[in-house]
Design a protein around this ligand. Sequence first.
Ligand code: NAP
Length: 259
Amino acid sequence: MLTSIAGQSVIVTGGSKGIGKGIAKVFAAQGAKVLVAARGLADAEATAEQIRKSGGTAVAHAADVSDWESVQRLVAKTIEVFGQVNILCSNAGIFPQKKMVELSPDEWDHVMTTNLKSTFLCVKACIPAFEKAGKGRVVVTSSITGPITGYPGWAHYGASKAGQLGFLRTAAMELARYNTTINAVMPGNIITEGLRDLGQAYLDGMAAAIPLKRLGRVEDIGNAALFLASDEASYITGQTIVVDGGQILPESAEAIDSI
Ligand code: NAP
């Protein structure tokens, strides 16, 4: 049993759908006050409403994590409604699949800005709040794709997700003076709206390649994030945890077949 995070103020970027929605629900179920942030206010509001109907506390806010002004407004809004920011879950991201021969330099930049620069912007914007609170927690949603594995069509995405880990190792050192930790969850294939867009054949192929023989659930990531945000994880910083049902383990297709 982890020490309660009840009453703590949490920003979840990309909290309207998928993994972010799972994180938001897991944190809200533990009594945290959740700021659900996404570009689309209707979806963010729908998630916040679901949380409120379950007895939790949540407020929706429209924000674009790739835009510095918008990120600053997100942090200001959180302080306005909840009084402080204790935990940042930097989760928003996109994964458009396109091989390098077709990928334009602008498309590369768009993924880098949305996935990697956004992590820097969100962390930077929260530093004054963490300093004021006397402590803070950052949980980044990275991926196995990039830091560990590769997949055709995701060179830009993989670079952005590996970049997040490079960022967090130095960020961990700089945030230490604010009694703030930063760690990353590295999901495998988790059933989300974004993953479903890749098609049933992709989902079936992935499930078959995972030793635990199922795709991940958003709560699997939410629970890992909850641990990293807990008091019990206060001495862990600059680290990563893979949550993938064993997907990165097999050396070959035969290894999976012989389970
Ligand atoms: P998803 O279902 O497509 O949801 C993405 C969320 O991010 C939505 O709430 C979306 O809302 C928000 N978002 C996208 N761009 C944004 C922006 N510029 N500003 C603010 N919010 C933005 O995706 P997901 O599968 O849950 O993925 C979430 C994170 O997990 C990503 O960082 C992804 O790289 C990572 N991940 C996912 C998997 C997986 O298997 N699903 C595996 C490894 C890592 P709006 O569109 O309304 O802004």
